[in-house]
Design a protein around this ligand. Structure first.
Ligand SMILES: [Zn+2]
Length: 284
């Protein structure tokens, strides 16, 4: 169990290690009561950061139970909070980010915190558990969401040819699941209906790409930061301050990144495969 004070210290020191200005922006969330972290009867589950209006300040809602994953959720939502504070100067109409960049600051905040926790792991076993968890999260965010996207493409193309029965949809679902998860899995009876539990398929078709895009983007950004940390922070803050006022091609140009170039995505994917290699090397 990670107590609240320890979680706060972990995230704040990870943020400060990146840049003291980032910790400065995050500080009032803790000291001024902008985070509702406690679990109580009747409280909605989940977590989010809400920007409210641009001339006030954001709020963060969590259900903090002290699991290591809750520390990452704090880092995630606080990243959104920092982004919302910085983008507020764009005003009401331009502060909110497009989908492509909506998860940048949050996933980057998680990455900083994860690296910090990993560097402080006391035993190999702890390190292995953390790496395995991170790899699992990344596979969920990238491989699984892309499989969801493939499913939607196939589904919409098939629907254009005529009406589909639940069995038809289930067959499309199983074809992409089999392909994305590989031969290691045995699917239980009933799994063919699991497409029905993803609300995005109905409420925001093709939204799922944003998760994979965000994860790949942050991995590429982090790789740039590791290669050449000099001056990275200023560019990073400028990107967050721009809110929704610029296209991702303009926002990423100062980092020498271009999401339309396949090597950009290779940068992101090679971080995931690097973690998997590290994990496999530990399996002795
Ligand atoms: Zn988020």
């Amino acid at each position: 169990i990670v107590g609240w004070d320890a979680a706060r210290e972990t995230v704040m020191s990870a943020y400060a290690g990146f840049d003291p200005r980032m910790a400065e922006i995050a500080e009032p969330f803790f000291t001024k009561g902008w985070i509702d972290a406690g679990v109580k009867p009747g409280k909605a589950p989940g977590a989010f950061a809400h920007p409210t209006v641009t001339d006030v300040h954001p709020y963060v809602m969590l259900n903090y139970l002290g699991k290591p994953r809750d520390v990452m959720t704090l880092a995630h939502e606080l990243g959104h909070g920092v982004h919302q504070v910085l983008a507020a100067e764009q005003g009401e109409m331009l502060s909110s980010t497009p989908l492509t960049l909506a998860e940048t600051a949050s996933v980057f905040g998680e990455m900083l915190t994860f690296r910090k926790m990993l560097s402080e792991a006391k035993t190999d076993a702890q390190r292995r558990v953390m790496l395995a968890g991170k790899v699992e999260d990344m596979i969920n965010t990238v491989v699984r969401q892309i499989a969801f996207y493939d499913f939607e493409c196939k589904l919409h193309a098939a629907r254009r040819e005529g009406e589909l029965t639940p069995e038809d949809i289930g067959a499309l679902w199983m074809s992409v699941q089999g392909e994305s998860l590989g031969p290691a899995f045995e699917f239980m009876d009933g799994y063919e209906h699991f497409w029905a539990y993803i609300p995005h398929f109905v409420h925001s078709p093709f939204y799922v790409y944003a998760y994979a895009f965000g994860d790949g983007l942050v991995n590429a950004l982090y790789a740039v930061y590791e290669e050449n940390p000099e001056g990275f922070q200023d560019k990073y803050f400028d990107m967050l301050k721009a809110g929704g006022s610029m296209h991702h091609t303009a926002l990423l140009a100062p980092f020498g990144l271009d999401a339309t170039d396949p090597t950009f995505w290779d940068k992101g994917l090679s971080m995931i495969s690097g973690f998997i290699d590290e994990l496999e090397a530990m399996e002795a």
